[in-house]
Design a protein around this ligand. Structure first.
Ligand code: UT7
Length: 328
């Protein structure tokens, strides 16, 4: 018999220096007006030199465990979605496992870009459904400030650092929890958003560092319409499977990449304004962390309440896209 998986606790960590649009005006040829109008972003956080992804991920995970009342030692599986791990290896998930005092479970990372949290949630759900795991900690974390070209105004004004986490476990009543999930990818679009150097295709060299090839390269205006279309496919697939319309949703949380993307998706799905949770103004685009950070804030602010129907939708490098429908 299948066990339904539910989110038992959430957490987030956003640390470091708050960088305003006015701060960025002093670094590149940009303006608060342009950034606000084109993206909706006002502030983002850059971690300091001593802080790495596992530090943020551990804190977010700790909060999720605390909300659920579960000990870190009892987690069966740690899944971290990130494109900015502490190291190429070992996996950030294993570092988090160690930081949270766990010896019994397993851990791995996956690099599905901004869909990293929803891919982790989807994988974790399978392990709980089959009874292989009782508790899975799914985390999305990024320290994107460490891989940003601060001379490229097309990317450096958009991204920020942060982590968000969800502790998954068996549904307390068998009815609430994750109703359905969806994941998809299309590798033919990979060149539109990538970090060219540092892997086996283009190993680190003086030349790659000099030419800023270890940083985010994005063709933003090509990504924009694809983000809207793919997240629409992800959300409507689940809505069709579950027989839902936009009006049935209590809370919609999409990847926080651009306010205009969120608004155009909302319009296509016909979800009213007061059902859409947005916090891109406060954190910028934190990639894999954006959905779990928003979800944690919505839970702690009482916006997501018990019994609510919540839709999550993401889109990111790969390209990858994903969604989850959750009865809270
Ligand atoms: O999280 C992963 C998924 N990523 C996304 O979903 C990002 C999707 N893309 C976007 O959010 C938007 O495309 C951006 C916010 C990146 C850019 O907005 P846009 O409306 O697509 O602008 P654009 O790239 O077409 O650029 C318009 C103009 C250009 O100048 P010209 O050629 O018209 O003279 C750019 O050079 O804006 C210029 N520009 C800037 N100006 C001031 C680009 N960046 C900046 C900047 N400040 N920071």
């Amino acid at each position: 018999m299948e066990n339904r998986a539910a989110i038992l606790g959430t957490g987030k960590s956003v640390q470091g220096r708050a960088i305003t649009n006015q701060d960025l005006e002093k670094m590149v040829d940009t303006s608060d007006e342009w950034i606000t109008a084109r993206s909706g972003i006002k502030i983002r956080y850059f971690t300091d030199d001593q802080t790495a992804a596992s530090d943020l991920a551990t804190e977010a995970g700790r909060q999720a465990l605390e909300m659920a009342g579960v000990d870190g030692a009892d987690v069966d599986l740690f899944i971290v979605g990130t494109v900015t791990p502490d190291f190429a290896y070992p996996a950030t998930a294993c570092l988090v496992q160690h930081n949270l005092g766990n010896k019994k479970g397993a851990g791995f990372d996956q690099e599905t870009g901004c869909s990293g949290f929803l891919y982790g949630l989807t994988i974790g759900e399978q392990f709980i459904k089959t009874g292989k795991c009782r508790y899975v900690l799914a985390i999305g974390v990024e320290c994107l400030s460490k891989v940003m070209n601060m001379q490229d105004r097309g990317t450096c004004v958009l991204f920020g650092d942060g982590a968000g986490a969800a502790l998954l476990g068996p549904s307390p009543d068998g009815k609430s929890g994750i109703l359905d999930t969806f994941i998809k990818s299309d590798g033919s679009l990979g060149d539109l958003l990538k970090q060219p150097a540092g892997g086996s295709r283009m190993p680190a060299s003086i030349e790659t560092v000099t030419n800023n090839l270890h940083t985010i390269h994005m063709k933003g205006n090509k990504v924009f319409p694809l983000a809207v279309r793919c997240m629409e496919e992800a959300a409507t697939t689940l809505m069709n499977r579950l027989g839902l319309t936009g009006e049935d949703l209590d809370v919609l949380i999409t990847h926080q990449a651009n306010l205009r993307i969120i608004q155009s998706l909302q319009k296509r799905l016909q979800v009213p304004d007061d059902k859409v949770f947005v916090n891109i103004d406060k954190y910028g685009n934190t990639s894999a962390a954006s959905i779990p950070i928003a979800m944690d804030e919505a839970v702690r602010q009482g916006i997501i309440k018990k019994g609510n129907l919540v839709m999550l939708a993401s889109f990111g490098a790969g390209f990858t896209w994903a969604s989850a429908a959750i009865r809270w």
